[in-house]
Design a protein. Structure first.
Lengths: 158, 399
């Protein structure tokens, strides 16, 4: 990971810069308004740069999603390896699991993995209680050991 | 019925006049964007053109516009106070006191010397010193954004100088306010001391209760916050004026007192209001000037402009050298800093009632016209004038 330098720009925002593996210096100016500028320093004058990209708050979100998603996955995998604890997204398909509450399924007792969230369509239910009823098609976010997550996955798939 | 008819007729005339002026300024703001220069010089020219003895004298309702202009000054200074967080002010003082001092000495001196050479009294000369000192943060941020210099390495040095000038205003404004208000030498010393005391007291109260004030205002809706900040600014400004500390200083202190998320929100909310009233202020400022006086002021303003442009390049050079920035970067910093604008006009307007007030106003207007237009142009020239590659001569031909 390259080192990131942070410089305050009073009245404007903050500037972050780093050097890429290829040796190019990149700066990101985060304006207080939420606008971002991505700039690359020039070779003929190390103090000057050329703005290559101007992003508003929404654009920044899109770009971060595109660039950042593999990073998040990699970080999750790394966490799983290091701490023996993982997080997984599991789809509910089993006719037994759907229509039953989380409590009635006794998933934690049976697998050791905890259900921390349920994604249903566009909705996300954080920290669902024992009386939360799963439905076919739900995506369950669960935390547990790799083994426990595997067992939970097969229980939910049916 | 008899009374109502002419009154509504007057209102109609006032509305038409104001509408025409606002639309005229809107066209100028567009033109300025198109030309890549700040709008302030064009507003000033517009005021001159329709003022007494101008190209197309306009009989606008002065009473209303003068109040709007007064509010414009207050909002400009409120925005200046809101511009930086307490943390940025502290960091600016810690890191850049040296360059800030150099900037003050280099740029304050030409104005004072110029005023004295013109045979003005000390007060007017000090005011002209302020005019030549303070860079326009509005023009600087426009130049930096337009030319894509925001991420450049010299930019923090430039912005830090603006922070320090901002802080210096907190001391400078009350002093000149007192100088203007005083009549005799003894009274001057007394009023300067009194106004510094008032400002210190206010700052102490603001630091102690500013956070609480910000918390109280923090729960307000946008509408209520806008009205609160606007009301507070006018109220404190008026009280400060009554206490013979200028209203502008009161507004500035209100801006400084607000902190945290409220500061951010207030800045966003006040922005459009400030633009509206400040445009009126610039327009009205030069509206009151006689074009013939401005022509008389052209030569001294040009001389001051040339000297004060060079000294700003000096400020930029000093501030950037500390950060190890190369020659091209130092020139860019200087070019950005050359522009004087809103605050020079505000300072000149403080001295409007003094003996040399009209001359001061004319020189300040001409000076701002020159430097505000020169800065973006110089900025484009120094970019072309690259140390490596093309020769210096190319850059000079392109001027």
């Amino acid at each position: 990971m390259p080192r990131i330098n942070e410089t305050q720009l009073p009245g404007v925002g903050v500037r972050h810069e780093f050097v890429t593996a290829a040796g190019q210096r990149v700066a990101v100016v985060s304006h207080r308004t939420g606008r971002r500028e991505v700039a690359v320093y020039r070779n003929d004058d190390p103090d000057a740069c050329t703005t290559v990209l101007e992003l508003d708050a929404d654009d920044t979100g899109v770009l971060a999603e595109i660039l950042g998603a593999p990073q998040v996955a990699a970080a999750t995998n790394a966490m799983q390896r290091i701490e023996g604890l993982g997080i997984d997204w599991l789809r509910v398909a089993s006719p037994v699991a759907s229509g039953t509450t989380i409590g009635a399924g006794r998933y934690r007792a049976r697998t050791g993995a905890s259900i921390v969230a349920v994604i249903r369509g566009d909705e996300t239910f954080g920290a669902p209680g024992a009386d939360f009823e799963l439905q076919s098609g739900d995506v369950v976010v669960a935390v547990g050991s790799a083994e426990g997550l595997g067992q939970l996955g097969s229980l939910l798939r049916g | 019925m008899m009374l109502a008819a002419p009154a509504s007729g007057d209102a109609a005339v006032v509305l038409v006049e104001l509408g025409a002026v606002a639309l005229g300024l809107a066209v100028l703001a567009r033109a300025a964007t198109r030309l890549g220069i700040p709008a302030i010089p064009l507003y000033l020219l517009a005021g001159l053109a329709v003022g007494e003895g101008g190209v197309a004298p306009l009989d606008v309702s002065q009473e209303f516009i003068s109040i709007a202009a007064e509010i414009g000054v207050l909002l400009l200074l409120l925005a200046l106070g809101l511009e930086y967080t307490a943390e940025e002010l502290r960091a600016g003082l810690r890191g850049g006191a040296g360059p800030g001092l150099a900037d003050a000495l280099l740029n304050f001196t030409p104005g004072v010397a110029g005023g004295l050479l013109l045979g003005w009294d000390v007060t007017a000369a000090v005011l002209l010193g302020g005019v030549s000192w303070i860079t326009s943060s509005g023009v600087v941020s426009k130049v930096l954004a337009d030319l894509g210099w925001m991420a450049n390495r010299e930019t923090p040095a430039v912005l830090n100088l603006l922070v320090l000038e901002d802080l210096a205003m907190a001391v400078f404004l009350p002093v000149v306010g007192a100088l203007v208000a005083a009549r005799s030498l003894g009274e001057t010393a007394l009023t300067v001391a009194a106004s510094i005391l008032v400002v210190t007291l206010f700052l102490a109260v603001a630091l102690r209760f500013g956070r609480r004030l910000s918390r109280v205002l923090g729960g307000a809706s946008d509408e209520s916050l806008l009205l609160s900040v606007f009301g507070l600014t006018l109220l404190v400004g008026g009280l400060a004026e009554r206490a013979r500390v200028s209203a502008a200083i009161g507004a500035f202190l209100v801006g400084l007192a607000l902190s945290g998320p409220v500061q951010q929100r207030a800045r966003t909310l006040i922005g459009p209001l400030r633009d509206l009233f400040a445009a009126t202020f610039f327009f009205f400022f030069s509206f009151q000037l006689r074009p013939s006086r401005l022509l008389d002021a052209a030569v001294p303003a040009l001389l001051l402009g040339v000297v004060a442009a060079c000294t700003k390049f000096g400020s930029g050079w000093v501030a950037c050298r500390r950060l190890g920035i190369g020659r091209a970067g130092r020139l860019r910093a200087g070019a950005a800093l050359v522009a004087r604008g809103e605050f020079s006009i505000v300072i000149a307007s403080l001295g409007a009632k003094t003996a040399s007030g009209e001359e001061l106003g004319s020189i300040a207007a001409a000076f701002v016209l020159l430097t505000a237009v020169a800065s973006p142009l110089l900025a484009r020239v120094v970019v072309r004038d690259r140390p490596a590659g093309r020769s210096r001569r190319t850059g000079q031909i392109q001027i």
